[in-house]
Design a protein around this ligand. Structure first.
Ligand code: HEM
Ligand code: HEM
Length: 186
C-alpha cells in the first residue's frame, strides 16, 4: 500500500506527485502575480516571503521524493517502446528542470548574503552570494526555467490523458489509486 511495486505506485509516491504538482502550479501563479505588485501594495513583501517559504519546503520535499524514488521499484511503463522511452526521458527532464527552478530561486533570494526565513520557523543560510550579477542572472534563469517547466508539465499531462482516454491504459488510475501496487505483491 505505501510502497511502489512493478504494477503500481504506493501512497507515498502518489502523495509526493500530486502535492508537488499542486505546489509547483501554485508557486508559478504566485510568482507571476507577485512580480507585478506595486511598492505600496500590502502584499509587496509578504507575497515573496510566502513564495520563498513554500519554495524551500518544496526543495525539502523534492529531496525526500528523489531519495524515496531511488530506493523503490517503479511501475513498468505502458505503451509502445517509443512511448516508454519518451516518458522516461520526459520524467528525467521534469526533475532536472524542477531542480533548476528551485536552485535559481534560492540563488536570487540569497544573492545579497542574507539567508531565507521559512515562515519564521527556521532559516536557510546563504551559501553562494555576491557573485557578479547573481540576482539578475538567477532571476532570468528562474523565469525561463519556470516557464519551461509549465510547458513540459502541460505536455506531460496531455500524454497522460492520451494514455487514459485513447489507449485505455491504467497510467493515470495507478497514479491516483494505490491499490494497483497490490495487484501482484513483489
Ligand atoms: C517550482 C518552484 C517554483 C516556481 C514554479 C517558481 C515560479 C516563479 C515565477 C513564475 C516567478 C516570477 C518571475 C518573473 O516574473 O521574473 C518567480 C519569482 C521569484 N521566485 Fe520563484 N518559483 C519557484 C520556486 C522558488 C524558490 C524555491 C525560491 C527561493 C527559495 C523562489 C524565489 C523567487 C524570488 C525571490 C522571485 C522574485 C524574483 C524577482 O523579483 O525578479 N522561487 N518564481
Ligand atoms: C506541475 C505538474 C507536474 C509535474 C512537475 C509532474 C511530474 C511528474 C514526474 C517527475 C513523474 C515521474 C515520476 C517518477 O518516475 O518518479 C510523473 C509521473 C506521472 N504523472 Fe505527473 N507531473 C505533473 C502533473 C501531472 C498531471 C496534471 C497529470 C495528469 C493529468 C500527471 C500524471 C502523471 C502520471 C499518470 C504519472 C505516472 C507515469 C507512469 O506511471 O509511468 N502529472 N509526473
Amino acid at each position: 500500500m505505501w510502497r511502489n511495486t512493478r504494477s503500481g505506485w504506493g501512497v507515498i509516491s502518489i502523495l509526493f506527485h500530486w502535492l508537488s504538482a499542486l505546489t509547483i502550479i501554485g508557486l508559478f501563479i504566485l510568482g507571476w502575480w507577485m512580480t507585478g505588485l506595486g511598492y505600496y501594495d500590502p502584499w509587496y513583501n509578504q507575497a515573496p516571503w510566502i513564495h520563498r517559504s513554500i519554495g524551500i519546503l518544496l526543495v525539502l520535499a523534492t529531496f525526500a521524493r528523489l531519495a524515496w524514488r531511488f530506493v523503490q521499484p517503479t511501475p513498468a511503463g505502458e505503451g509502445s517502446r517509443f512511448e516508454r522511452t519518451a516518458a522516461h526521458l520526459g520524467h528525467i527532464a521534469l526533475y532536472a528542470i524542477l531542480l533548476l527552478v528551485l536552485t535559481s530561486g534560492y540563488l536570487i533570494s540569497t544573492a545579497n548574503g542574507r539567508g531565507i526565513s521559512v515562515f519564521g520557523w527556521f532559516d536557510v543560510p546563504a551559501v553562494l552570494h555576491d557573485l557578479p550579477n547573481q540576482a539578475s542572472i538567477a532571476g532570468d534563469v528562474h523565469w525561463y526555467s519556470a516557464l519551461a517547466l509549465m510547458v513540459l508539465a502541460g505536455g506531460h499531462a496531455l500524454a497522460a490523458l492520451l494514455h487514459h482516454f485513447k489507449h485505455r491504459h491504467t497510467t493515470i488510475r495507478r497514479m491516483v489509486n494505490p491499490r494497483y501496487s497490490q495487484q501482484n505483491n513483489h
